[in-house]
Design a protein around this ligand. Structure first.
Ligand code: NDP
Length: 286
């Protein structure tokens, strides 16, 4: 990659960001298409977020990804929000237009496109979403927009699941939404009512021995999506494979949320396969 005086700068703000695969993914895409952009990590301490955001237009930065812990905190500095970012209450992509920050959230699109790629359309499905954090919100709102028939939200902290349900109710008053805990009997009961299970918790992140769902509750009729992609095969996905169900890990969501951000910044169709290969290579080296 040749960086010149004309190169446009895109980046990611988070704390920490050293683990992020987005620089590898986007730089591979820019290089493949010979676009004069580069993508750099900005480790922004939460205490410095305000100053950092203020400096973005002054530094002539073209766009940014926003990751943990800034996704919600940037909202107050953004002048315009996409409908999705407004619903979810979090931003993962910023575009700077005429010195103004416009906020988007591409996580939900990443999720839906990853499932589509795995041959599982979200419309008319009955979903069990385990977790109620940032990614659960994106998954739930996008799935609701796509026309799911039922969402059951299961979370360790029930009050957070109720908050998410209440917010979903505001936007989708006719959608059937239930809330439960993550105990054995609660999950058993929930799984009997759904055809799709999505793990949005960090249970299993960096660990091959932990699963949010006990193996004996998983049956062949389910589609299982784990947002985690490291390890490549979590315990949840191992159980899914053993039960003979269809499943996929979170790599597809990572690639597709990135592809959507790429489209927003550049207006160019993203080279999804190039992005996927770059990420797969980086994950295998973790
Ligand atoms: P948040 O911190 O916002 O939410 C974490 C969720 O996990 C909460 O629901 C929390 O429950 C639950 N949780 C955490 N630890 C435990 C535990 N020990 N037992 C039970 N529940 C637990 O995180 P995010 O939503 O941002 O991310 C969640 C996961 O999704 C991460 O593994 C992340 O890497 C992955 N991810 C993947 C993406 C992709 O593109 N593939 C995109 C975004 C995230 P509680 O409310 O009770 O604390």
């Amino acid at each position: 990659m040749k960086i010149t005086g004309k190169t446009k700068v895109i980046g990611i703000i988070g704390w920490p960001v050293s683990h992020s695969l987005s620089p590898v993914m986007h730089n591979a895409a820019f290089e493949f298409l010979s676009l004069d952009y580069c993508y750099v990590p900005f480790a922004i301490n939460p205490d410095h977020l305000k100053e950092a955001i203020k400096a973005i237009p002054a530094l002539n930065i073209t766009g940014l990804n926003v990751t943990v812990p800034h996704k919600e905190n940037v909202l107050k500095y953004v002048v315009e929000l996409s409908e999705e970012a407004k619903m979810i209450g979090a931003v993962n992509t910023l575009k700077i237009s005429n010195n103004r920050l416009v906020g988007y959230n591409t996580d939900g699109t990443g999720f839906v496109n990853a499932l589509k790629e795995a041959g599982h359309l979200v419309a008319n499905k009955r979903l069990l979403i385990i977790g109620s954090g940032g990614s659960a919100k994106a998954v739930a709102f996008k799935s609701a927009s796509e026309g799911v028939n039922l969402i059951i939200i299961a979370n360790r902290t029930i009050s957070k699941a109720i908050l998410l349900k209440n917010k979903l109710d505001e936007y989708f008053p006719s959608l059937k939404i239930e809330v439960t805990g993550i105990g054995y009997d609660e999950l058993k009961c929930a799984i009997e009512k759904v055809d799709t299970v999505v793990n949005t918790t960090s249970i299993g992140l960096g660990r091959e021995d932990l699963s949010p769902v006990p193996g004996e509750l998983i049956h062949k009729g389910l589609f299982i999506y784990d947002l985690i992609y490291n390890p490549h095969e979590t315990a949840l996905l191992r159980y899914s494979k053993a039960a003979g169900c269809r499943y996929a890990n979170g790599l597809g969501m990572l690639v597709h949320q990135g592809a959507e951000s790429f489209r927003i910044w550049t207006g160019v169709e993203p080279p999804v396969e190039v992005m996927r290969q770059a990420v797969e290579k980086a994950v295998s080296n973790l």
